[in-house]
Design a protein around this ligand. Structure first.
Ligand code: ADP
Length: 245
């Protein structure tokens, strides 16, 4: 769950990157964040990841209330989220398997848990036949699927994807979003920043538009005429078992 209440972010140089942002995203939702370059999308994500802190207002993510967050809580907060980067950020000297296993090892997972989990996740993203390959031997789309596998392996409640299709061929970009949709269907909340309008149109999901630091539209709040129910009712959260993802 993500909640922003009256959130402002002003950087040290005086730039007001976010102004009075009020957003509620339930567990189990899939949300696109769109907006022009400089609109404030990265700042929005950085506040959620606690890489930056709000100048005013309250941010609550996965039951962590940031105004009350202690330094020692931050690793626990971060474990509730998996991050997918535009530039993949894989370790090129490690195989696909090792890249994903490494993300588990740093959280203290046992060798047995790693041996059980990594092949399962590689299969989920369709990379079971590439486990022994190194990232430079893979296409952009395949590398991003390694990035997705790494984000998923610790079964986080929330997946944050910052322009995940930015370095992927257009025809493979769709595969990435389809995978994110599948991950969402299995219970994870997915937040994806993109400027690719064609993707947003193809996958009709809740879309929040940020412009000049404020939320200018949120498709969840659009009520169709004649008082009919909203186009996209909030989804019921899907409870996940230990390793369904
Ligand atoms: P987007 O991700 O939509 O391109 P950003 O959140 O990166 O937008 O930027 C929003 C505004 O904040 C821009 O005017 C940008 O120049 C400014 N900004 C972003 N990061 C910093 C920073 N670390 N210090 C100062 N200004 C920043």
């Amino acid at each position: 769950m993500i909640e922003f209440r009256g959130v402002y972010k002003k950087y040290g140089n005086g730039t007001e990157a976010l102004r009075d942002v009020n957003i509620h995203i339930d567990d189990g939702e899939f949300v696109f964040i769109v907006g022009e370059s400089g609109a404030g999308k990265s700042t929005f994500l950085k506040l959620i990841m606690h890489e930056e802190t709000a100048t005013a207002g309250e941010v609550i993510v996965n039951n962590f209330r940031f105004s009350k967050l202690k330094r020692r809580d931050i690793p626990y907060l971060r474990r509730t989220m998996g991050i997918v980067f535009q530039d993949f950020r894989l370790i090129n000297t490690m195989t696909v398997y090792e890249n994903v296993a490494f993300a588990m090892r740093v959280t203290g997972a046992t060798r047995r848990e790693i041996r059980r989990r990594v092949p399962y996740i590689l299969q989920l993203v369709g990379l079971q036949n590439h486990a022994r390959h190194y990232p430079p031997e893979l296409s952009g789309g395949e590398q991003q699927r390694v990035g997705l596998a790494r984000a998923l392996v610790n079964n986080p409640a929330l997946i944050i994807a910052d322009e995940p299709t930015g370095n992927v061929d257009p025809e493979r970009a769709r595969d990435i979003v389809e995978l994110l949709t599948e991950i969402n269907r299995r219970g994870a909340t997915v937040l994806m920043v993109t400027h690719e309008h064609s993707l947003v149109r193809q996958f009709s999901q809740r879309t929040i538009t940020i412009k000049d630091g404020t939320v200018v539209s949120d498709t969840q709040n659009e009520t169709p005429p004649d008082g009919m129910s909203p186009l996209q009712p909030a989804k019921q959260p899907v409870m996940l078992g230990g390793d369904q993802l």
